[in-house]
Design a protein around this ligand. Structure first.
Ligand SMILES: NC(=O)CC[C@H](N)C(=O)O
Length: 356
């Protein structure tokens, strides 16, 4: 069965339908250069409402495991591949990628020249696209908000340890491995939604606050910025990806939409304080305007080597910092995992008490 991928600029690709065969969708077309980790990528909530193109030519060859999901189901709207593996080899595999997509009711298209498609996205930038069962004579791409801001309403805690560091994690669409990484470093985690007020967070007696990753335009979260301003003056705070962008906005810096973003697992980031370079996992389409940080109380601590964009911030004099990349990886290299350690250390030094 054929499937049609139509881009906002009129370009059209024809391929084979995979996953949910009947479903037709629209979304923002992006590409990731990750060679592995398709299951983690597809279930990362930051990809909500996006159509993911994998630049790696063969996807699905080690199947789907019960342990790799970053959220309960596939979060991306659709997937574009050159070739989808039908024969799967891995001892933990419980189903094929095609079965996983079908189960998640997510459509896909295979047999696409993803190299040509990626060149188009790199030239014209990420754009809206649709996946349909019939060729589109003329596609209509209504102006819409970047994503529907649907976030989980559940608040959960991990079992109490004897002396746990208590992290309150504000969930804008968190990846499972951020919660797991905090737990691995001995923290007790309570997840709250961005509807939480400062008082309701303070009532949980946190030792530290984590602002999570999440989909969409950071400017859509303006209502939560006053809460961040209060949180950062009371608690150690760590922002990851969207959380980093929100920390910047809360302090008066600006964000902007990048041409095609950073999505991959080998982005080199230079720490400006130590001159050290780490290879990082990334998935973002917006960035903090590095020049706009100058007029804020924040300091830029890291840049992406290739395009010199802002990758890290800190608030001098306060135990508050953030990174644009994903230290929890999943998928990706584990070089930056120690940032969780740094966060735990800040909570210990600070003792979770008011620091302002
Ligand atoms: N991974 C994320 O948190 C992504 C942040 C934001 N939605 C962006 O695309 O820039």
């Amino acid at each position: 069965m054929k499937k049609y991928l139509t881009l906002e600029n009129g370009d059209q690709f024809v391929g084979t339908a995979v996953g949910d065969l009947s479903k037709e969708i629209k979304g923002e077309l992006v590409f990731t250069t990750s060679m592995v980790g398709y299951q983690e990528t597809l279930t990362d909530p930051s990809y909500t409402n996006q159509i993911i193109t994998f630049t790696y030519p063969l996807i699905g060859n080690y199947g789907i495991s019960l342990h790799a999901n970053q959220s309960p189901a596939v979060a991306a709207s659709a997937v574009v591949m050159q070739e989808i593996a039908t024969t799967v080899f891995h001892y933990q595999s419980v189903m094929t990628l095609d079965e996983f997509l079908k189960k998640s009711e997510v459509p896909g298209i295979a047999g696409i020249d993803t190299r040509q498609l990626t060149k188009i996205i790199r030239k014209h930038g990420t754009m809206k696209a649709s996946l349909t069962n019939q060729p589109l004579a003329q596609s209509s791409f209504a102006k819409s908000k970047s994503v529907d801001m649907v976030v989980k309403s559940a608040t959960f805690t991990t079992p109490q340890d004897q002396h746990p560091d208590h992290v309150v994690l504000v969930d804008f669409g968190v990846k499972t491995n951020i919660v797991e990484s905090l737990k691995n470093f001995g923290a007790n985690v309570t997840v709250v939604t961005p509807e939480a007020s400062f008082d309701s967070i303070a009532a949980l007696h946190p030792d530290g606050i984590l602002l999570s990753n999440g989909p969409g335009d950071p400017e859509d979260w303006a209502d939560f910025l006053p809460v961040i301003r209060e949180l950062q003056s009371h608690y150690p705070l760590f922002g990851i990806c969207l959380g980093h962008q929100l920390l910047a906005l809360a302090n008066g810096a600006r964000t902007y939409k990048m041409v095609f973003g950073h999505r991959g697992i080998n982005h080199p980031v230079k720490n400006l304080l130590t001159n050290e370079v780490v290879i990082t996992s990334q998935n973002h389409g917006y960035a903090v305007d590095i020049d706009s940080v100058t007029d804020t109380p924040l300091e830029v601590t890291a840049i992406e080597i290739n395009d010199k964009t802002c990758e890290g911030l800190r608030y001098p004099g306060r135990p508050v910092f953030s990174v644009q990349y994903h230290p929890e990886a999943a998928p990706g290299p584990h070089e930056a995992t120690r940032l969780f350690n740094q966060f735990i250390d800040l909570m210990h030094t600070n003792g979770g008490v008011k620091h302002a």
